[in-house]
Design a protein around this ligand. Sequence first.
Ligand code: KIV
Ligand code: ZN
Length: 400
Amino acid sequence: MTPTDSPVIPFPVAQRERVRVFDTTLRDGEQAPGFSMTRAQKLRIAHALAELGVDIIEAGFPQASDGDFASVQAIAQEVRSSSICALARCQRGDIETAARALEPAARGRIHVFIATSPLHREHKLGMSRAQVIDAAVAAVRRARELCADVEFSAEDAMRTEADYLADVFAAVIEAGAGTLNVPDTVGYTTPAEMHERISYLRREVRGIERAVLSVHCHDDLGMAVANSLAAVSAGARQVECTLTGIGERAGNAALEEIAMALKTRAELFGVETGLRTPRLYPAARLLAQITGHAIARNKAVVGENAFAHESGIHQHGMLKHRGTYEIMRPEDVGFARSQLVLGKHSGRHALRERLAALGHTPDDAELDQIFTRFKTLADKKREVFDSDLEALALGRDAEA
Ligand code: KIV
Ligand code: ZN
């Protein structure tokens, strides 16, 4: 079996549907405290996202500030291979500003949103159900006068009454929205609820066949990626996400996790993205460099430990067949190779292998001696480096 072999019968490749990847690193991601970026920095990230093959880049919220307007405009001017999206509240001023910022775009999208849940209607907006629908319809109509591609988001959709949400969506489809987004704004939902909600909307919304259903999950309970995948299983065909999951509070669904889950378990999901996944790690590193926030070592897919193995049992397995402890190929996400890290949990096999790579081929008795001294050293250090091993192989004391 190769690492990606699975006992499950694969979904026929020819029947895989495309899921659009909508990246909001530069809008929702940037809204997180400590993650704001300059125009030049946003441009660099936008180019990296385009190289990665993201379908839609949400570049900002032009009405929020002159700086955000300028960033969206610059990205629309320079980045030609992805659609460029600008966010707007359901207000004429916001929508017209978004349209102006998108003027240079090869393909632009206006994304309008309004909250639909009872909590938000009553306490934040002071609007009735009917008033929210009227505002949403008017906004989508105005946006469609200015842009052919309009997305509508029902903020706090997952805490909105299902039948009312279906009415809102039917009304905005009629007004011209091509994408309907279901945000789990506060990260409250579970995968089963998400599956149920997307299935319900696909069944009940009038005109749904004319639109793409999208999902936008936050990670307050650590379920953003699981919820996004549940939505895809139920028929959502756009996922909104950010690089490494940056975003408001606990963040958004992590793009690289969704991408690799859909790819690694394609036989279950039956969909594909247009992403060039070997660009994932470089894009995540660029974001970390720009924001100054390091990627956690144990971060799924792009963390430094994602393809590193220290325990002797795992290293022994990896040396026999990488599929024993790896479900993805490091090259597929942009790492050069898997790493067998030598430390106190490592075994003789990995030590012999590493020494051979460094040009040392001790016989069994010599290896025994080196191994004993290696373990003594490893007890004192977190990681044993090649220079330490060379010293041990040459019979010198390595630096503790
Ligand atoms: O989380 C949310 O509801 C949003 C919307 C603006 C889509 O970010
Ligand atoms: Zn959000």
